[in-house]
Each structure stands twice: as C-alpha cells, then as structure tokens.
Design a protein around this ligand. Structure first.
Ligand SMILES: [Zn+2]
Length: 343
C-alpha cells in the first residue's frame, strides 16, 4: 500500500451507481434468520491455518518475494509470476476459472536518501517494462448479475527493495483468497468479483482494472480492499488487540464502513472496529473511487499504519497476526453476503 498522497486526478466523479443502505440491507423476518444462519456458517468456514500456510508460501518459502524484477536462481519465472501461479492453482482447486489481464508496468527505483518506508522513486523511461497481471475470479449472481461486489487485494511485494511484504500485502492477498475459497460453494444473488492486483510496481494495475470496468459500464456497487489486515503497532500486537479500520473516501463508502461495524457486532466477531474518512482517494480502493465508483473502502489493521517494518526487509510472515486477519476476513465476508442478500 501507499500511505503517501497520490496525485488527485480529474475530479468530475460520476454519480453513484446504486445506493447501499446498510440498515436496510437484510431482509426482515424468516428470510433474515435464514440469511443469518448462512452467514454464521460461512464465518465458521474461515480457516486461519490455511491462511497461515498461504502467507508463508507467498512471503517466505518457497517464494521470499513477489516482484517482477526478481527471479530465483534456477527458476523459469519471476517471483510475482510464481505467486500468480500459486493463487491460480488454489482458485482453480476451489472451482473458479481465473482470468488474467496484462498491464505494462515498471519497477520503482530506490532512493536511499529518503526515509526507509518511502524509498520508492520513479523509474526512468529506459528501465525495463514488464507485463503484470490482474487476476480475476467471479461468481455470477443469479438474481442481479449486473450488480457487482468487488473484493480486491494487491498481491505484489515491494519492487524497489527486497522485502517479503508479508503485512503489505501478503496478508490481504491470502485474506481475499480465503473469502473466495469460503464463498466457492455459495450461490450469490449479485455478482461477486475478486481481483488480485499489483500496487508496488508502477503504474498500479488496480487503475486499469477500475478504468476498464467503467469503460465497460460495469455496475460496481461495493469495493472491499483488503490491505494490511490485522497490522498494527508492536504495542497493540503485544497487548493482543484485534483491530480493523474501515477507511472510506465518499459517503457511499462510509455506508460500507458502517456495515463493517454492524456485522462485527451482529455476528460477535470480536474486532475492535472503527472507521476513518480518508482525506483523498488512496490505495487500490482509491483507484475505484477515481474511476467513478465511490462505494469503496480499505480494511486495514491500523490508521495511521502502525507497522514498524513497513516497506522494509523485516516485513516477514512471522510478524503477521493471522488470527486478527482471519477476524477481518470473517467481517468482510459477512458484509459482502449481507449486501448480496439485500441488494
Ligand atoms: Zn506498500
């Protein structure tokens, strides 16, 4: 993720596509209790051990990084392509068909005169270009296939430094994977689309994803970005806190943040949940806001981001709080299905 300000692009945001009202999202009466039972069952299926195995695979062994400009000795593909293959294998095993969208990107250069967590610097035109892939899977809605709920996570590690990028954002990558795996047997009313994108190379591939969606006229009614889930200060981690912050840019996003709080309470998930208004669009949710999809939030463990190893070699999987991340996955899952049932 990028906590630094990004340039504000054109400000003529298109009007919202479909208003979501969290308080009205769940059918009343018998239907409501059936939906509750469905959601409780899905929440129970979230598997922290599976998440842990996946994060160690993607951020330690056999893949220490996920970057286009690093190929392990004796390997045929760079580490990001290897990560793509791993995710594809898991998703196909869960019954999905994976679509790939190629985007031309460069690695960032490194400027060691800047603070450690912000040493990325723009590439030169002569630096190599690579094809980075957005990975998509989708469950088509049976009642409202035109309404699309997006769950996204950036899957790459930092291109300018040899960091495993476990908290940023191996943990969100496996979190979105877990939601996809749990929802594999769920039959949604709306379309649920998963996107694994790239945000530690430039340009961010979520921008292409969001802009292409807008060009196609996709009716994206909600975007949940999982980035840095469960990540917080060393003191908070030592104290055993289980936190989530839902940060939004627009009123439509605020409704999603409120829904996160509502499901956390309703299903007794146990997160210390709060919401924050962003000063401007940012991260991969920001790519969607800038493309004209205002109902977008990031779920992240702390705000400001509390990881002392942010963008450094010390962002290793041993430091991830998988239990915290699994609670965030549960809450996100509950919010997605609540919206799906209520739209
Ligand atoms: Zn980052």
């Amino acid at each position: 993720m990028r906590r630094m300000a990004i340039g504000v692009l054109g400000l003529s945001f298109l009007s919202s596509v479909g208003l979501l009202v969290a308080g009205q999202a769940r059918p009343e009466g018998g239907d409501g209790s059936k939906v509750d039972a469905t959601i409780r069952g899905l929440i129970k299926a979230v598997d922290p051990e599976r998440m842990s195995k996946n994060i160690f695979y993607l951020a330690k062994d056999p893949l220490p990084y996920r970057k286009l400009n690093l190929t392990l000795p004796g390997h045929a593909k760079n580490t990001l392509y290897e990560a793509d293959d791993y995710l594809t294998g898991k998703l196909e095993a869960a019954g999905y068909h994976v679509e790939r969208e190629g985007v031309q990107v460069q690695a960032f250069r490194r400027d060691t005169t800047k603070p450690k967590n912000a040493q990325y610097s723009p590439p030169k035109p002569e630096d190599p270009w690579y094809t980075a892939y957005n990975l998509y899977v989708e469950k088509k809605g049976r009642s409202h296939p035109d309404k699309i709920i997006v769950v996204c996570a950036h899957k790459d590690s930092q291109s300018w430094i040899d960091s495993p990028g476990a908290n940023d954002n191996g943990i969100g990558t496996v979190g979105a994977l877990e939601i996809a795996c749990v929802l594999a047997r769920y039959s949604p009313e709306c379309t649920i689309r998963f996107l694994w994108c790239n945000e530690e190379h430039t340009p961010w591939t979520s921008k292409t994803a969001a802009q292409k969606a807008k060009e196609r006229g996709d009716n994206i009614v909600a975007v949940f970005n999982t980035d840095g889930i469960g990540v917080k200060t060393a003191a908070e981690t030592a104290a055993g806190k289980k936190t989530n912050v839902s940060a939004y840019t627009k009123p439509e996003g605020k409704r999603l943040a409120e829904l996160m709080a509502e499901v956390n309470t309703r299903y007794a998930i146990g997160l210390e949940q709060r919401m924050v208004e962003r000063t401007r669009p940012g991260d991969d949710d920001g790519s969607f806001v800038l493309a004209g999809y205002p109902a977008a939030i990031i779920n992240i463990g702390s705000w400001p981001y509390g990881d002392p190893e942010y963008h450094s070699e010390g962002d290793v999987p041993e430091r991830t709080d998988v239990k915290n991340a699994a609670l965030t996955v549960q809450a996100t899952l509950a919010a997605v299905v609540t919206l799906d049932q209520g739209l």
